[in-house]
Design a protein around this ligand. Structure first.
Ligand code: ADP
Ligand code: MG
Length: 303
């Protein structure tokens, strides 16, 4: 279990993380979300032992995670970290990169692990290709596979799919998170993409103003977002009578007191997002068909 207690960290004099406390059980998947600059990457680096902290404790089971002042070689065998900026060996092949830290005294095991991980990140066809010729997204997949090679107990992933195109992203995300669950590897993933969270995370930590704003299941946070920040992570929303109402919770009805005038329709695939005027305010709602600007409709809130 990961146990973070009253963690405070500053770069020089600027405090980025203040009094951070949370626990993660073995095999759990935790998403850390927050706006750009909210400290997600910093938190992962601190958990990895890359920096000395101002106050607090970080424990993996009964092992205390120490910063560089107390630990000469940064990092631990049981923990892997995949940074936003990944550093691979450009002049060796994909499979050599993945197997880099696996013992050459067990060639069969090394081969088996490498093959397995090439499948997870869908790079089997690229095994013999030199890393320097790969695209950014392909490199990111090699970095993921390399971090998984030695079967860590806990893995820290910083925006792990950010460089990967939409064609590959969905299946890759499922492969990687399934591999982690199947092998009971604890995972902490920093992300700003709800797709990395919904359906995968057991726990969601929201960073805001240097602190943990909330820590709850994605289901609870989606269903009852306490702040606009949380709602905005999940999708388009409105503040109606001080209540957060998602765009999908507003429906067109025959009669209601919520009369709006359509400004614009945005085609979103299986629905249209409609922007409309509600007196002097703007509201967004979802509707099957597109609606012409100027159309007047009544809305009702359906939860
Ligand atoms: P996120 O990953 O959520 O975008 P970061 O952890 O990268 O946020 O950054 C949090 C804050 O710390 C930002 O204000 C950023 O400018 C600052 N910061 C990040 N890295 C450093 C650094 N090496 N030195 C000084 N300040 C930094
Ligand atoms: Mg970051």
């Amino acid at each position: 279990m990961l146990n973070v207690k009253n963690l405070t960290f500053s770069y020089n004099k600027t405090t980025v993380l203040k009094n951070i406390t949370f626990k993660v059980k073995l095999g759990e998947n935790v998403a850390v979300i927050g706006e750009s600059g909210s400290g997600k990457s910093t938190l992962l680096k601190v958990l990895y032992g890359e920096y000395d902290i101002d106050a607090g404790d970080i424990f993996w089971n009964d092992k205390k995670i120490l910063g560089p002042k107390y630990n000469l070689v940064v990092g631990y065998d049981f923990m892997k970290y995949v940074a936003q900026e990944f550093d691979l060996m450009p002049f060796i092949t994909v499979e050599e990169n993945i197997g880099k830290f696996l013992s050459r005294f067990y060639p069969e095991e090394k081969h088996r692990r490498t093959e397995e991980l090439l499948k997870v990140v869908e790079l089997t066809k690229f095994a013999k290709i030199k890393v320097k010729t790969l695209s950014g997204g392909q490199k990111q997949r090699v970095a993921l596979a390399r971090a998984l090679a030695k079967q860590p107990e806990i893995i820290l992933l910083d925006e792990p799919f950010s460089h990967i195109d939409n064609f590959k992203k969905q299946s890759l995300r499922r492969n990687v998170f399934k591999h982690l669950k199947d092998n009971n590897i604890t995972c902490i993933v920093a992300t700003h993409d709800k797709e990395d969270v919904l359906g995968f995370a057991d726990q969601m930590i929201v960073l805001n103003n240097n602190k943990i704003a909330v820590n709850d299941s994605p289901e609870n946070l989606f269903n009852t977002p306490e702040t606009p920040l949380i709602a905005s992570f999940f999708g388009e929303f409105n503040l109606i009578n001080n209540e957060i109402i998602y765009a999908h919770q507003l429906k067109v009805v025959e009669h209601s007191t919520l009369k709006v005038e359509v400004k614009q329709s945005y085609f979103k695939g299986y629905y249209n997002l409609i922007e409309a005027n509600l007196e002097s305010e703007i509201v967004f709602f979802e509707h099957q068909e597109s609606l012409k600007p100027g159309t007047e409709v009544c809305l009702a809130i359906k939860k």
